[in-house]
Design a protein around this ligand. Structure first.
Ligand code: DX5
Ligand code: ZN
Length: 216
């Protein structure tokens, strides 16, 4: 029986002058998780926010915090994110020793996630699929919200779903970037189980309806 699709609201798209209010609005609208995009201005061409904001969001909600590290040298910062993260995702392109980083995340008590950019071949993540709880397949090149969904990334979602079935691995498939009412169905049909969305949700006139639409 298919488990219900998880919707993770990306706070990159919020009105930061009203953090507590935006978290409350998304919670009331029925988001399952919050997705927090950490950007260092090196791994991606943007700087967003850091551990202090994750701690502040932790004070505003009991929902799972899905922290996405778009940073170089993630090992150096794990300790600062682990206390307030429910899941902590590193990029396969940024971790010098992926297995060691994933183990450190789990030892810290967080679910371990591995992210992969659209340009990175799927084969680069395959060696780690039995060591993770989340596989984050980027559907845009990371760095900014509001970008266009890249359909070619669905091949990776399909490949990941096939491995889940053939190998019985337990990771969940998450997609991130350009997810909205027009693209969520395609992502779900290809095997995505967790949908990250920022613009489509925080920009919606009716956020609850927008979340329901993503779930299908
Ligand atoms: C992009 C981030 C995404 C982004 C999604 O680098 O990883 O999580 O916030 O934004 P939307 O849903 O606006 O495309
Ligand atoms: Zn993200």
């Amino acid at each position: 029986m298919n488990t219900p699709t998880i919707v993770a609201s990306s706070i990159l798209a919020i009105d930061f002058s009203d953090l507590r209010g935006e978290i409350a609005r998304a919670t009331a609208a029925g988001t399952d998780w919050f997705h927090l995009d950490i950007m260092d201005g090196h791994f991606v061409d943007n700087i967003s926010f850091g551990p202090a904001l994750v701690a502040a969001v932790r004070q505003c909600t009991d929902l799972p915090l899905d922290v996405h590290l778009m940073i170089e040298n993630p090992d150096h910062y794990l300790e600062r994110f682990i206390p307030n993260a429910s899941s902590l995702t590193v990029h396969v392109e940024a971790a010098p020793d992926v297995s060691r980083t994933l183990a450190a995340i789990r030892e810290g008590g967080c679910k371990a996630g591995l992210a992969c950019n659209p340009a990175t071949p799927f084969r680069d993540v395959v060696p780690f699929l039995d060591q993770i709880d989340l596989l984050l397949l980027m559907t845009v090149h990371p760095g900014f919200g509001g970008q266009k969904f890249r359909l070619e990334t669905m091949e990776k979602v399909q490949a990941a779903a096939a491995l889940q079935k053939d190998r019985g691995w337990k990771f969940q498939i998450e997609v991130d970037g350009g997810i909205n009412a027009g693209t969520a169905g395609t992502a779900r049909q290809n095997g995505a189980e967790i949908l990250v969305a920022g613009t489509a949700l925080f920009g919606a006139a009716d956020m609850a309806a927008a979340i329901r639409e993503l779930r299908g």
